[in-house]
Write a protein of this length. Structure first.
Lengths: 200, 90
């Protein structure tokens, strides 16, 4: 059965959408979900790597956003505000996990097997290429192979764009630990992507 | 897989450079160390390749931030339902 058809152009800008949300206009709520749920879900999946947990975070994010609309001041844009709520929710899920952490995953130095092995220059220039679905899948798959300890730091710093200080505070880590984990994550991803990028 | 065949005569120095690469990419490396690192990159093709590809890795992942996931209709409908219930209760 097809889902509800929502005209995303009803609200010309975020201010009008926000006014609709504050009036509890059902179209505004549906519009908010249509516009931002796919972005929030993508962020939750990257942090958690689990579809069920990501869906839980998605629902909690929008419920909290609707509850807190009066506190939203509009300084950062709706997507940034929703990302922040989703990140906090996802980090709560991660803290509740009791999975065993491999000591190598929290090592505060670059591991021997993380030293660069693939040294052929890339033919791919991301600045000049569009992000097609094949490339996007490759990026997401490579990211999903990282251990949670490295993936969370990388997602917050390099995808969400938080500072080292903000990332350290969000994860309860020292800034030097954030820097080392970020470096290790970047090196691993570079290695994973190299084969693809040389053939691109 | 190709091997890390350093063309530089001092592989230990390449490792030191690698350890500083992250701060350099983030613009957080002290200026005096930047000059030394740039000098090394100019002379060592392997380290230059690592720098170039690491820089491209960071760049391309940054573009993912605003790339939406494909949300299945089931997930969207359950979300709509949860919000509706929440708003009615509220």
């Amino acid at each position: 059965m097809p889902g509800p058809i929502i005209d995303l152009t009803i609200y010309e800008n975020e201010e009008m959408l926000l006014a609709g949300l504050r009036r509890r206009d059902p179209d505004a709520c549906a519009c908010l979900i249509k516009r931002f749920a796919p972005l929030v879900y993508a962020q939750a999946m990257r942090l958690l790597g689990d579809a069920d947990e990501a869906e839980g975070v998605l629902q909690q994010t929008f419920i909290k956003a609707c509850d807190r609309l009066d506190t939203y001041e509009g300084r950062s844009g709706l997507s940034s505000w929703l990302y922040r709520i989703a990140t906090n929710e996802a980090l709560m899920h991660l803290r509740q996990r009791s999975s065993r952490i491999d000591l190598d995953d929290v090592a505060e130095t670059i591991q021997e097997d993380e030293l660069p092995q693939r040294l052929t220059p890339w033919t791919f220039d991301p600045a000049a290429a569009a992000l097609n679905s094949e490339l996007r899948t490759t990026l997401e798959q490579a990211l999903a192979t990282l251990p949670e300890t490295l993936r969370t730091v990388f997602v917050l710093r390099d995808i969400q764009g938080l500072s080292t200080e903000e990332t350290a505070a969000a994860l309860g880590l020292g800034e030097s630990a954030v820097k080392v984990r970020l470096h290790r994550a970047r090196l691993r991803l570079r290695e994973l992507l190299s084969a693809y990028m040389q053939e691109y | 897989m190709d091997n890390h065949r350093h063309q530089h005569n001092d592989p230990a120095h390449c490792r030191d450079i690698l350890a500083q690469l992250n701060d350099y990419l983030d613009g957080e490396l002290a200026e005096s160390l930047c000059r030394e690192l740039e000098q090394h990159l100019a002379e060592c093709p392997d380290c230059r390749t690592v720098y170039d590809s690491l820089s491209r890795t960071i760049h391309i992942y940054r573009t993912l931030r605003d790339v939406p996931a494909e949300l299945s209709q089931d997930v969207e409908e359950r979300l709509m339902h949860r919000i509706k219930v929440s708003l009615n209760v509220g």
